[in-house]
Design a protein around this ligand. Structure first.
Ligand SMILES: [Zn+2]
Length: 528
């Protein structure tokens, strides 16, 4: 007995068996039960989402001996022949390989000749956007005055390539990519009925790799099954797809999260040395970032990673947070185009990953902005605590936690401001540390530590005063007076205002931003 591929063996024979195209199925069921079937349909959507399958089901529904019916019997001669692809009145044509003038004649023939046996002549044209202009014109003539016994079903992955004149005469049904969880459920059902083992993680990987195409998912399952006779797990899928092992991917993320560019690049080199495709590694990394973003939004979200890694990923996602993950995903996606067009993709991947590894700088900017920002009361989008304390860092320049920020006092003995900032960082209060570093002055006056924030918004001052407990503890830890006072600017009144530009230039937040980005102030404008 020859092996029949899963996609064929499990091709739905009834509308009820079809998964993931509820809207399409409902429209067709309604049309069939109300007797309002159109003479021309355009089924559009990605490959492998069920267009041809639905076309055949519609042909059956129209021509079944018990029909027309939304539930063809599946056993009459017509149903059996359509399922086998041998029905005389259902013609299937692939426009990708048959686009010549003969097919135009055939179209005319179809329109003229009455069905041999069944109610309708159903003409299914796959990849119909590839028809020639002559064929489209012939088709248009038929559609202008369609004979009662003809139904055309055009299937296409590229709807935008159809002439408007054709589109306007077709009933258009858009097939959606099949949701991942629907594909996963289908794979698991098929595996159970076929009697082979398929781990949930492997099913998720297959679904993810095939992006909404059930047919592709089943073909991949065939391939993995041929490779792994004992049962299908993630390792087998990864191997067949030529993907980097998950451990490699996770250690790459670990290096990126730590801002450790050399380690990240080392992993890329090693993959290259092992003969693995680093572009695939990058694609997997993009998927991982996407999954982390998903987890940051919803810790219970289903992601395609092995159970034993999921807790770690969830923690990592929470730690990094949505705003930064959004930027990371954005940066990673932008760089994908660069890799795709590079002369040396391997080098491009290394550059792209190196850049991603510099992202902890983004965190510092976030902190800076948070420190001076519109004075959150502590509940605003939480700034991210760095993953590792500075002391546990890897000593690489991009990962270093504060040198760029602390630049103004670099080299000198640590000031009260610097010591307080460090103590807060050590206590994990990084946002507060950023704010302290943004203070105009931190001075010891007798037995009091005075933090001066001239011109700071009232809300920032209030938030700082709410944190006096933490400030006091940190001051004590730093060997500073543990009586702390936060001073604004007489709190309500601004002092005699210097010129706008001078005020802006003197603003420590602005100075730090300029320091981090290495820019200069071009123009200062008052905002209305
Ligand atoms: Zn039938």
């Amino acid at each position: 007995m020859t092996y029949q591929v899963l996609a064929r063996r499990w091709r739905p024979q009834r509308f009820d068996d079809l998964v993931g195209q509820e809207v399409v199925v409902r429209s067709l069921r309604n049309a069939l039960s109300s007797g309002q079937v159109a003479h021309a349909y355009l089924f559009s959507g990605l490959r492998g989402v069920g267009k041809t399958t639905v076309a055949r089901l519609l042909a059956k529904a129209l021509n079944c001996e018990k029909g027309p019916t939304a539930d063809p019997c599946g056993v009459c001669a017509t149903c059996v022949e359509i399922a086998a692809g041998s029905a005389l009145d259902v013609l299937e044509m692939d426009a990708a390989s048959n686009r010549g003038i003969d097919d135009v004649r055939e179209l005319r023939e179809v329109a003229r000749v009455l069905p041999v046996r069944d109610r309708y002549r159903v003409f299914i044209v796959d990849e119909a956007h590839q028809l020639t202009d002559a064929a489209f014109n012939a088709l248009l003539k038929i559609l202008e005055e369609p004979p009662a016994h003809v139904v055309f079903i055009l299937a296409s992955t590229e709807k935008d390539k159809f002439p408007a004149t054709i589109l306007s005469r077709c009933q258009q049904l858009d097939f959606r990519p099949i949701p991942g969880d629907v594909i996963i459920a289908r794979l698991q059902k098929i595996a159970a009925e076929e009697g082979f083992a398929l781990t949930p993680g492997a099913a998720r990987l297959v679904a993810r790799a095939t992006e909404g195409s059930l047919r592709d998912a089943l073909s991949l399952l065939d391939r993995v099954r041929a490779f792994a006779d004992a049962g299908i797990d993630e390792a087998a899928v990864t191997e067949v797809l030529g993907l980097p092992p998950q451990e490699v991917l996770l250690s790459l993320w670990d290096a990126l999260a730590a801002g450790d560019a050399p380690r990240a690049l080392g992993i890329v080199r090693e993959e290259e040395r092992l003969g693995r495709d680093t572009a695939a590694l990058y694609a997997e990394l993009v998927q991982l970032l996407d999954a982390l973003l998903l987890l940051a939004c919803d810790g219970a979200a289903p992601v395609a990673y092995a159970e034993e890694h999921r807790a770690t990923l969830r923690a990592s996602a929470e730690e990094v947070g949505v705003p930064l993950l959004l930027r990371l995903v954005g940066l990673a996606l932008e760089q994908r185009a660069m890799i795709a067009t590079a002369d040396r993709p391997g080098l491009a991947v290394a550059v792209a990953i190196g850049r991603l590894a510099l992202w902890p700088r983004l965190r510092r900017v976030e902190e800076l902005l948070a420190a001076g920002g519109a004075g959150s009361t502590g509940s605003a989008p939480a700034p991210v605590a760095p993953r590792r304390s500075p002391a546990a860092g890897h000593g690489t320049p991009p990962a270093g936690n504060s040198p760029a920020i602390a630049a103004p006092t670099a080299g000198a003995a640590p000031t009260a401001q610097g010591r307080l900032g460090t103590a807060l960082d050590d206590a994990g209060a990084h946002l507060l540390a950023g704010r302290v570093r943004a203070a105009k002055d931190v001075v010891v006056e007798g037995s009091t530590l005075v933090l001066r924030f001239p011109g700071a918004p009232a809300a920032t001052l209030a938030s700082l005063r709410d944190s006096l407990g933490e400030l006091t503890a940190a001051a004590r830890a730093a060997g500073l007076p543990d009586e702390v006072r936060v001073e604004g600017n007489g709190d309500n009144g601004q002092p005699a205002a210097p010129g706008l530009r001078q005020r802006v230039e003197a603003d420590p937040r602005v100075q730090r931003v300029v320091g981090v980005f290495g820019g200069r102030i071009e123009k200062v404008e008052e905002k209305a």
